[in-house]
Write a protein that binds this ligand. Structure first.
Ligand SMILES: *Cc1c(COP(=O)(O)O)cnc(C)c1O
Length: 371
């Protein structure tokens, strides 16, 4: 689905030198490379605080711990996402409240959020799925009206721009109270191992999150809170700093591939190409088609037989996952999510395509759909 090897070849001298330097200076943990990347990411996002951590799942957990959410508090999130979002809610003994998504953008539906609010609701976690922002103006309005926190799960949309009704533009992940991201290798800004970060403009929350990621420690060996150990290591930070300089260029490359696909499939009535909401740019973490009257399994087998990767993000909605079965929910509760799980297919998208490869992918898809 991605070409990490091809991408590495183009930045190899810079990456190899950065890694070698850390091996020599041995500042593996909390070294200067981490601080440098943190500062550069703050500048890129135009956000006051970036708190690096070990992965995107930890970022979400630390955010919820810092907000001091208590067992039984309800957190509203989408039924159509990667499991991490619901997982940390469950691990902290909070109650995940799932809602359906918009059929065009696949992002959480503001109307559905509003209907799900109760006296126990404390936070909303919109996921900027596949690389475009959820409807943050509406979500922030709802949150303000009901005094709720908003934690953006920005693991898939780092670098996307959100434009508010008032005309101001902000980076995805810097609109709510807290933003969380992942630097998993295949993410748009990926390292060569695990990594994550949390963003906020709130000084108090930033301070609390720095304490939580560091064993709840305020003064060395004095622990005022129950915390976790969640760090980004120096080697990953150095690699991320090199890739951050190219993040916009990488997004352009992904958009080029997405446009190529869009044009090729524009007149195919069995495929619905991605719909981008007017208030956001799309950084195409995934290029996801909705199929119509297609034997999806056969299409996947056809592509695989031609050496073309493809994937289903996501085959099972959160409320039908075995570990998360809950008497509050049953099959049919989230019709849009359920229909998407049965009909979406994602094609390879990354930064290293040439037209020939894109043509190979699109012609093989269209060939299959002809008959
Ligand atoms: C990848 C991802 C995460 C988790 O990130 P990790 O670094 O793998 O822990 C969380 N939420 C979403 C939407 C993701 O895509």
């Amino acid at each position: 689905m991605v070409d990490l090897a091809g991408q590495y070849q183009k930045i190899k001298p810079e990456v190899d030198a950065a890694i070698a330097e850390i091996l020599t200076n041995t500042s593996f943990i909390n070294g200067p490379a981490v601080k440098l990347f943190q500062n550069n990411l703050e500048k890129y996002l135009d956000v006051k605080h970036v708190i690096p951590c070990a992965n995107g799942t930890d970022a979400l957990q630390v955010a919820m711990m810092a907000l001091n959410l208590q067992p039984g508090d309800e957190v509203i999130t989408t039924s159509f996402t990667f499991i991490a979002t619901a997982e940390v809610i469950a691990l902290l003994q909070l109650t995940p409240v799932l809602v359906d998504v918009d059929p065009d953008t696949f992002n959480i539906s503001p109307e559905a959020i509003e209907k799900a609010i109760t006296a126990k609701t404390k936070a909303i976690v919109p996921v900027h799925l596949f690389g475009q922002c959820a409807d943050m103006d509406r979500i922030m309005e709802i949150a303000e009206k009901h005094h709720l926190y908003v934690i953006e799960d920005n693991a898939q949309a780092i670098g996307a721009d959100y434009t508010s009704k008032d005309g101001s533009t902000k980076k995805a992940g810097t609109i709510g109270h807290i933003g969380c991201t992942s630097f998993f290798p295949s993410k748009n800004l990926g390292c060569y191992g695990d990594g994550g970060a949390i963003f906020t403009n709130d000084d108090t929350l930033a301070n609390q999150m720095r304490i939580v990621v560091n064993h709840g420690m305020t003064v060395r060996y004095y622990h005022d809170f129950v915390g976790v150990n969640s760090r980004l290591d120096s080697i990953q930070a150095a690699i991320l700093d090199i890739k951050l300089k190219r993040l916009n260029q990488y997004a352009d490359a992904r958009r080029y591939a997405a446009n190529y696909y869009n044009k090729a499939f524009a007149h195919c009535d069995k495929l619905k190409t991605p719909v981008v909401a007017p208030f956001t740019t799309h950084v195409f973490h995934q290029y996801t088609l909705v199929t119509h009257c297609v034997n999806r399994q056969k299409l996947m087998e056809h592509l695989q037989s031609k050496g073309i990767a493809c994937a289903i993000y996501y085959p099972v909605p959160l409320h039908l996952q075995k570990a998360y079965l809950d008497p509050r929910y049953k099959k049919g509760d989230f019709p849009v999510t359920e229909s998407l799980c049965n009909s979406v297919i994602s094609l390879p998208i990354h930064t290293e395509f040439d037209d020939e490869t894109l043509e190979y992918v699109t012609s093989n898809v269209l060939d299959f759909l002809k008959d």
